[in-house]
Structures are given as C-alpha cells and as structure tokens.
Design a protein around this ligand. Structure first.
Ligand SMILES: Nc1ncnc2c1ncn2[C@@H]1O[C@H](COP(=O)(O)OP(=O)(O)OP(=O)(O)O)[C@@H](O)[C@H]1O
Ligand SMILES: [Mg+2]
Length: 367
C-alpha cells in the first residue's frame, strides 16, 4: 500500500493553510502529525479522506495524489450510528461480519457432516476452517472483549443500547469499532483525549503492533514517542518530514536550529567585518577599490535569514495572576463525593498549599 501527495496545498478561501504538501504513507508506517494549535493538522487529515480539498501547490513538482492498492481509510470523527437502539455488542459485532458469517457456515456444515461423508462437503468444511483461522476467527472474541474492558466498559454495558450511553462513551464505542475494523490507513485525531491511563497504555500497544498504517495527531509526546517511526511537522504553513520517533524529531529540530543559528551568526559577523573595513578605507584613494570590493562581496552573499526561534510548544498562554495567593490555598476535611449516592466510598481530606500541583487520576468506569 502506498498513499502519496505531491506538491499539494490546502486553502480556506483566501487563506492558504498548508503549502507544498509532500506527504507519504507506506504499508505499516506509524506517522505523527505535529504542530501548534491551528497549524492545520486536522485539516490535513480531512484532506487525506477528501482529496477535493487539495489543490496545486507552489512547488516545482506536478501536483498529484497517488493511491496504490485502493486503501481503505478509517477516520475517527464525531459519531454516527445508523440505529442507536442497537446494543453496544451488536454494534461491535458488525465489525466482524465476515467472521460471523463464516462461523454460521461452519456450524451448518458441521451439522450436515454428522450424517454425511460427501467429499465436497468435507473439502468445503476444511477450506472454511482454514479461512476462519486466517481471518481471526479464533481470536476475535478475545480481541474485542479486551478492547471493551480496556476502554473502561463493564460486561453489562455490552447489552446496553447505544442511545443509553453518554456522548463521550459513544465516541469511545465508535473508536473501538474503528480500530477493530482494521482499515489500511487509520487516521486518529487526538485519540488519547478522554481515555484513562489503562486505556492509553492498551491503545499504545495496539497501535504499535497494528499491521497496517496509522496517522496520529496528538499533543501527547510520550504517546507518540512509543508508537511512531516518522513525524511530519507543520510550521509556518509548511510541512517537513523527520524520520524516527518524537524524540528523534526533537533532536533533529534542535540540531537544525543550532546549525542555522550558527551559520546566521557567522554570516552576520562577516558582514559587520566587511562593512567596517569598507567604512574605514572607502575615502582613501589608494584603498577605495579594495573597500568597494568588500561591499560587493556582501552584495553577492546568499543572505541567511535569522532562524525562527526553536520552540516546540504546541500551546501558548499567559495567565496573569490577579490576586497573589496565600500559603494555604485549600483545606479539605471529610469531603463526600456523589449525587444521590456516594460515588467515592471514603471521605476525602487534604491540604493544598501555594505552589503545589495536584493531579486527580482515575479510571473511566464509575463502578
Ligand atoms: N472550515 C473551515 N473554514 C475556514 N477556516 C478553517 C476551517 N477549518 C479550519 N480552519 C482554519 O484552518 C486552520 C487550521 O485548522 P485545524 O483545525 O486544521 O488546526 P489544528 O492543527 O488541527 O489545530 P489543533 O491543534 O487546535 O487541533 C485554523 O487557522 C482554522 O481556523
Ligand atoms: Mg485539530
């Protein structure tokens, strides 16, 4: 499988979001798309699904979108279930339709073979069993059971109707279905949002071993680091490819920046030196020619622009403190949590002091 965009661009009206897109997905690539809020990551994913968003870029290559092997693409977007009165299990089993149909066929053949020695039936049976194993017949139940649990659902949830779940839970079910259906290219936009630590760890492993390609947009560096082998960064409307995981990308980016900065500083110093020689000697008749040649040298230089500040923060904000806090910020004593019933068994007590940072963690399930 191969999916390649050459010299593409994406605009919304007069605003070009990304220029000169050179982007490639191969067989089992695990790709990260990174960059600041609003740089165009989600837009790029959308354009992979809907090529009509792409137009010719300003690069030299001819604009093209090349797809080898007609890849199936799965994109996690806001949920659309055909029939929300179906249960979660019914929804999930849709993913395994070919396996389940084959299962039914094998069961029928098994019945028939109770009273028959027909060669054709026996052959059909053995072929079916072989195919059944090949398409995951012996592992699919365990696969979805594990996934359901890891996403924080309990056994009873399987029989619950889709319209009885919360919006967030429905998104999770859609996500589960998507990854279990194993498209050739899996496009995931911020997949770790709303998942607890156990689910993230499970997902990490699942994606790492995913037998096909995955493209992930995420601000979670550790998550990316464990999965990806290629990083595309979108910055100042341009895309750049880095081979390796997220740490490799950071390293390469720092090295690039430092080299560019050094080249820039060296050239600036040289310009200053040549200028000062020219200034000193341009009015001395015997040296004026030499002084002019220095100025000419500057003119002929390929001027290196000051590199953009090396900065990998995806989010920038200044929180101005209006009121300086006191030493003791919060004293909590015997706090009960719940609605009609308590949802946390024990009462909670803690003190929070100025400068402390408190994390609240827990699993998605509430039972
Ligand atoms: N339908 C649209 N019409 C016009 N402009 C849009 C549209 N969708 C997105 N944009 C603009 O395109 C730019 C890229 O948006 P996009 O959603 O791709 O960013 P992103 O990199 O995914 O950001 P984030 O990290 O916040 O998710 C933004 O400036 C956004 O305002
Ligand atoms: Mg986005």
């Amino acid at each position: 499988m191969n999916y390649k965009i050459t010299n593409g661009a994406i605009s919304y009206g007069a605003d070009t979001i990304i220029e000169e897109i050179e982007f490639e997905i191969k067989d089992k690539d695990k790709i990260a798309i990174v960059g600041r809020n609003g740089c165009g990551k989600t837009t790029l994913l959308k354009s992979i699904v809907d090529n009509s968003m792409l137009e010719e870029g300003i690069g030299e290559n001819k604009f093209s979108v090349y797809k080898q092997g007609n890849p199936s693409i799965g994109y996690l977007k806001q949920i659309d279930f055909e029939d929300p009165s179906k249960t979660m299990l019914e929804e999930i089993l849709k993913v395994y339709k070919p396996i389940i149909e084959l299962e039914e066929k094998i069961n029928k053949l098994t019945d028939l073979l109770q009273n028959s020695n027909d060669e054709k039936l026996i052959k059909d049976y053995s072929n079916s069993v072989e195919k059944y194993e090949l398409i995951g017949g012996y592992t699919y139940k365990k696969e979805y059971e594990t996934a359901i649990k890891k996403f924080g659902f309990i056994d009873e949830d399987k029989q619950k109707r889709i319209d009885e779940f919360s919006g967030g839970q429905r998104t999770k079910i859609a996500f589960l279905k998507l990854i279990l259906s194993k498209p050739d290219i899996l496009l995931l936009d911020e997949p770790t949002n709303h998942l607890d630590i156990a689910a993230i760890e499970w997902l990490e492993n699942y994606l790492k071993n995913y037998p096909k390609a995955v493209v992930i947009v995420s601000h979670d560096r550790m998550f990316l680091d464990r999965i990806v082998n290629k990083v595309y960064e979108i910055e100042y409307g341009q895309m750049k490819e880095y081979v390796g995981n997220y740490s490799e990308f950071e390293k390469q980016k720092r090295i690039d920046y430092e080299k560019r900065l050094k080249d820039y500083e060296y050239q600036q110093a040289e310009i200053k030196r040549l200028n000062s020689i020219a200034d000193r000697f341009r009015y001395k008749p015997t040296k004026a020619k030499m002084a002019l040649s220095k100025l000419k040298k500057i003119e002929q230089m390929d001027i290196i622009e000051e590199p953009n500040k090396y900065d990998l923060k995806s989010f920038h904000a200044d929180f101005n403190i209006e009121i300086e806090s006191v030493k003791t910020v919060l004293i909590v004593k015997d706090l009960k949590i719940g609605y009609n019933e308590k949802i946390v068994e024990n009462n909670i007590s803690f003190n929070l002091y100025k400068g402390q940072k408190l994390g609240i963690i827990g699993e998605n399930r509430n039972r």
